[in-house]
Write a protein that binds this ligand. Structure first.
Ligand code: GAL
Length: 413
């Protein structure tokens, strides 16, 4: 500290010490299931290998609702974490609060604009500056199945909702739980949006959950979506309330249940348990066209300290790094956000995802997941999910549900 007293010399010394600050990061995330923990460990290891010290702040709870509550408390108390798993419009909402750090210097030095699709890059920018780093592309509209259970019951992966319902009836008669589901609001929303994409089609989905078009929200097609949800309520077991999503995946793994409708983080769970796609479990997109994407990303919060700032720069650089994007996504069940990562080591479900994503991007059916916070601001997506959950857990009619949906959305704006 002596150099502080020597004018120009001290300035140089301070700059030098900033450059050599040892990277530190307290990282808030919700990746606590088997597959998720294995995935985030890849980042921890790369960070440590580059001399970083990682302080883990995991907040359990699929979909991240609990993590976002914890984040709010930390920011309000003036003690934001260094880096936070944050995605979709929530990134811009936090930016508007004036609490996010600008990571443009890293993004530009690493040429992110050249390796990320424009649709993903758009989510990572705040008023033209880079304010988040993407790790992956999860697809939400998947059906997972236990291969042996389907075979034993003479059932193929359904390609229409009628086929799905027929398969479910047959399974139920055979004593198998047709649909593994966890009754948590975000899981209800996940199933709902997959059904909605299938029944409304990509244009209808966009009108309803991106444009919030009242006519579509109240349409007969939306009633049909709620009808299908009501039918599916009959296919879940009686202990579904509150169950975590990975426990629902485990029910498919062990043959207790046949299907799960869930994003491909479920594949991360199958893989972590040593299950083989195409042999032990099957993947197919839900009946209908389109692709619902959910891009995980990290935002850096404004914090003091050269060590933390060095940690943020290092994290941002590693996250979009080619090797990390490969290894992380092999574990996570998603595909890389970067377009220049070879998919050679990835499985058939990942190849299907990449192919469908590029086709849907070309034909305008690549859509943001509302249930995973990619399409709407929190107030609007929360209003929709409240109705979806209220309907699923009661005997509300589809007519009532669409009216309530339209009112809830109108009041949230
Ligand atoms: C999603 C998130 C995934 C996965 C899932 C379950 O919202 O994007 O990475 O973690 O929740 O927790």
């Amino acid at each position: 500290m002596k150099s502080v007293f020597f004018g120009a010399v001290s300035a140089t010394a301070l700059i030098a010490s900033a450059v050599h600050a040892e990277p530190q990061a307290e990282v808030l995330h919700w990746w606590t299931s088997g597959g998720e923990a294995k995935s985030v460990a890849v980042l921890q290891e790369e960070f440590a290998a580059k001399g970083g010290t990682w302080t883990d702040m995991p907040v359990a709870g699929g979909g991240g609702d609990a993590a976002m509550t914890a984040l709010r408390a930390r920011v309000l108390s003036g003690n934001a974490p260094t880096a936070v798993q944050l995605k979709g419009p929530a990134i811009q909402e936090w930016y508007e609060e004036g609490v996010l750090a600008d990571i443009s210097a890293v993004a530009e030095a690493q040429g992110w604009a050249d390796v990320l699709p424009a649709s993903i890059a758009g989510h990572m920018k705040c008023e033209g500056n880079w304010c988040a780093a993407p790790v992956n592309v999860h697809r939400v509209d998947w059906i997972w199945a236990n291969a042996d259970v389907l075979e034993a019951n003479g059932i193929d992966m359904p390609t229409t909702w009628d086929e799905f319902n027929a398969a479910a009836e047959k399974l139920q008669a055979a004593g198998v739980i047709p649909l593994a589901h966890g009754g948590q609001a975000w899981q209800d929303a996940t199933v709902f949006e997959a059904v909605a994409l299938g029944i409304l089609g990509p244009d209808g989905f966009r009108k309803a959950f991106v444009d919030l078009d009242m006519d579509t929200l109240k349409s007969d097609e939306m009633k049909a979506v709620f009808d299908q949800m009501r039918t599916m309520r009959g296919y879940v077991d009686e202990n579904f309330s509150g169950r975590d999503w990975n426990l629902a995946t485990a029910m498919v793994m062990n043959g207790e249940a046949a299907f799960q409708i869930m994003g491909d983080w479920a594949k991360g769970e199958f893989m972590a348990a040593g299950k083989v796609p195409g042999e032990d479990f099957l993947c197919a997109s839900v009946p209908g066209d389109g692709f619902l994407y959910n891009v995980d990303s990290f935002a850096m919060f404004d914090v003091d300290g050269d060590d933390k700032k060095a940690g943020q720069d290092l994290l941002a650089e590693l996250i979009v790094g080619q090797n990390f994007q490969k290894v992380f996504n092999l574990n996570k069940g998603s595909i890389p956000a970067r377009t220049d990562v070879s998919l050679e080591e990835f499985d058939s479900c990942a190849h299907l995802s990449a192919k469908d994503m590029s086709e849907s991007s070309d034909n305008g059916s690549l859509l943001p997941s509302y249930a995973h916070g990619m399409a709407l601001r929190g107030a609007q997506s929360g209003a929709i999910t409240d109705v979806v959950t209220a309907h699923f857990n009661s005997d509300m009619s589809s007519d009532e549900a669409v009216n309530m949906l339209a009112d809830a959305v109108a009041n949230s704006m």
